[in-house]
Write a protein that binds this ligand. Structure first.
Ligand code: AMP
Ligand code: MG
Length: 599
């Protein structure tokens, strides 16, 4: 059978197939009004002969299309039609065609033709025609509609080709029970990767080799909680208190003793506000008015919200259900005294800072920030703000690198642009390595110019020049200059960013003391074809958004030149086509790597 069909829509697609002469169109013309009358909104997609036309010579739309318009859209206030000239060698791509439909305005797509595709179908069969069955070759046939004289095995669902109501029943049942398929879970593309030879590495191998060289910073400093944003907690925060401290009310209402038999009415003994307490023991049949967060009186074990209570003459009556423990927060239910409230290695965001504050911490111990020195190289690279010389390019890499490093909580030293001379480069590198934990440069690591930077690095450090099987960002230099880690990123601006995200980011996070950080890949569905090459991991700039089917869908930002920073601006993620895949077709699952908070 033909290729697998992935329905890209959030509504079911059902095909009708038959040999010509069976009466497919005749049946559909009878079926459609019945389905419509029963409340089903329909879209129909029909396969046609290659030289079909819906327009008529002489009509403006026909003439304009013939004059060369690739697309022609004619519209009135009741109807519109879009005609597209899309000549292809092979049959039209059903997934692409389905995507042209307004799936939010239909409940089902009926497909006529496309007999060879593996979509769910009803086969129409007339014994009188003497044609073979399709179901014997095609496992996607859900039912065969045929005449009385036709013999079918018992396991094949049989419909009466002359009973339109019965076929409609089947279609309605199919539409009602259909659910969108979950995307197929594939192995994570960054976990894959065969052993390359020598300096030729897969993405995973590159990351692993780098992380093996990174020793987390051990120096710590004490910080006020207010100054701890985006810092890494140096050791476990153990809770000195129960959170909440006391068992308290989760609602404004009445606290009472829940024990059978419950009285009809409860005597209201008083009121407890947050920050206060009711000091007597509450007895069965008694209640106190209580505010959210106020401690429960001893003896009380339930709270009824104010909306379900009616107080009169010193007594309260409850409506609604009453259960022991309802609307009560137990002491220590969030965090118990002595428990690890936040593990060392956590990055402190808003929630973490709030949690530490809720435990009473005013200060914390944080890992010292990594210091990152950044420079650019290349005689063609110019400082923004200065005049752009002929044949030159403004330095953008230093700015993307600095911004990403700062967002990761690093202190950044900007070394500017270093001219292409051995002496200048040697001095810059040695100086940077003395001050920084990590030195990052961009440019000058591709095969053409690697020899030059190699010579300098060989003299003052140990650096490997790798070819990573990825695009963009094939060349990468990594090693050590004195005690500092050195990254030589590729010069192309998009490659610089992608290589930073994939290789520098995990290294900086590990260095900063963050525990076991992994890139967050998300499964999504390709809304167009993403191309790659087997043996190479492709990172296409892409836009991910939730589709009408509630699943994550991804489209490319367009041209993928590795110098086009605008693609990083337009996109919100990288679509990752792993080294096992040659391409990911429209409608197929793939993984994305959201840029997240780093860009
Ligand atoms: P290279 O790796 O030095 O051969 O550089 C590859 C490409 O990236 C060339 O087109 C360079 O002009 C460009 N490039 C190198 N460094 C920078 C930079 N700092 N900012 C922007 N583009 C750069
Ligand atoms: Mg260069």
């Amino acid at each position: 059978m033909s290729t697998v069909f992935h329905n890209p829509l959030s509504i079911p697609v059902l095909g009708f197939c038959a040999y010509s002469g069976t009466g497919k169109t005749t049946l559909l013309k009878q079926l459609i009004p019945v389905l419509k009358q029963r409340g089903l909104r329909l879209a129909v997609l029909k396969h046609a002969h290659h030289n079909f036309d819906v327009d008529i010579p002489g009509k403006d739309s026909y003439e304009m299309r013939k004059a060369g318009a690739r697309q022609m859209l004619v519209a009135s206030h009741v109807r519109w039609a879009l005609m597209t000239e899309d000549p292809q060698e092979t049959d039209p791509d059903l997934v692409h065609l389905l995507q042209q439909l307004e799936a939010d305005k239909a409940d089902l797509v009926l497909v006529e033709g496309f007999k060879k595709l593996a979509l769910p179908k009803i086969e129409l069969h007339r014994a009188a025609l003497g044609k073979p069955f399709i179901y014997t070759e095609d496992p996607n046939i859900l039912a065969v509609a045929c005449c009385d004289e036709t013999q079918l095995p018992a396991q094949i669902l049989r419909l009466d080709i002359n009973n339109v109501e019965q076929i409609a029943d089947f279609v309605l049942q199919y539409a009602a029970t259909w659910r969108p398929p979950h995307p197929v879970v594939k192995p994570l593309p960054l976990d894959a990767g065969e052993t390359g030879d020598g300096d030729n590495l897969s993405v995973r191998q590159g990351i692993d080799k780098i992380l093996a060289q990174v020793q987390p910073i051990s120096a710590t400093e004490t910080l006020m909680l207010d100054d701890s944003d985006n810092r890494i907690l140096a050791c476990d925060a153990v809770s000195p208190v129960d959170v909440p401290q006391q068992t308290n009310s989760a609602m404004d209402g009445y606290a009472f003793v829940h024990r059978e038999p419950l009285p009809e009415a409860f005597e209201v003994k008083g009121e407890v506000l947050a920050g206060h307490s009711y000091d007597a023991q509450l007895q069965l049949g008694q209640a106190v008015r209580i505010m959210t967060g106020a401690p429960l009186p001893t003896g009380a074990n339930a709270v009824q919200p104010r909306e379900l209570a009616n107080e009169a003459d010193g007594y309260v009556r409850f409506s609604g259900t009453l259960k022991a423990g309802q609307n009560v927060r137990l002491a220590g239910e969030d965090i118990a005294k002595g428990a690890v409230a936040l593990a060392g290695g956590s990055r402190l965001g808003a929630a973490e800072q709030g949690l530490l504050a809720s435990l009473g911490f005013a200060q914390i111990s944080a890992v010292r920030r990594p210091v990152v020195a950044v420079f650019s190289s290349g005689d063609e690279v110019c400082q923004p703000g200065s005049e752009l010389k002929p044949n030159c390019i403004y330095d953008s890499n230093r700015f993307t690198i600095k911004a990403m490093a700062k967002r990761l909580g690093c202190d950044v030293i900007d070394l500017g642009i270093i001219e292409d001379s051995e002496a200048a480069l040697t001095a810059a590198l040695a100086g940077a390595a003395a001050k920084a934990d990590v030195v990052i440069s961009s440019g000058g690591v591709s095969v053409g110019n690697a020899d030059y930077i190699k010579k300098v690095l060989a003299a003052i450090g140990e650096v490997h020049f790798w070819r990573i099987n990825m695009r963009p960002g094939r060349p990468l230099a990594f090693g050590k200059v004195n005690d500092a880690l050195f990254f030589g990123l590729p010069g192309n601006p998009v490659a610089t960013m992608v290589v930073f995200l994939l290789f520098v980011q995990p290294a900086l996070r590990k260095l900063a003391g963050e525990l076991d950080w992994q890139p967050q890949l998300l499964p999504a569905i390709a809304d167009e074809t993403f191309k790659s090459r087997q043996g190479r991991t492709e990172f296409s700039r892409a836009i991910a958004r939730i589709g009408a089917d509630g699943q994550l869908h991804v489209t490319s930002t367009g041209s993928q030149g590795s110098g086009m920073l605008s693609s990083m601006v337009k996109g919100n993620c990288l679509a990752v086509i792993g080294d096992q895949d040659e391409r990911v077709a429209a409608g197929q699952p793939l993984y994305i790597l959201p840029f997240g908070a780093l860009l």
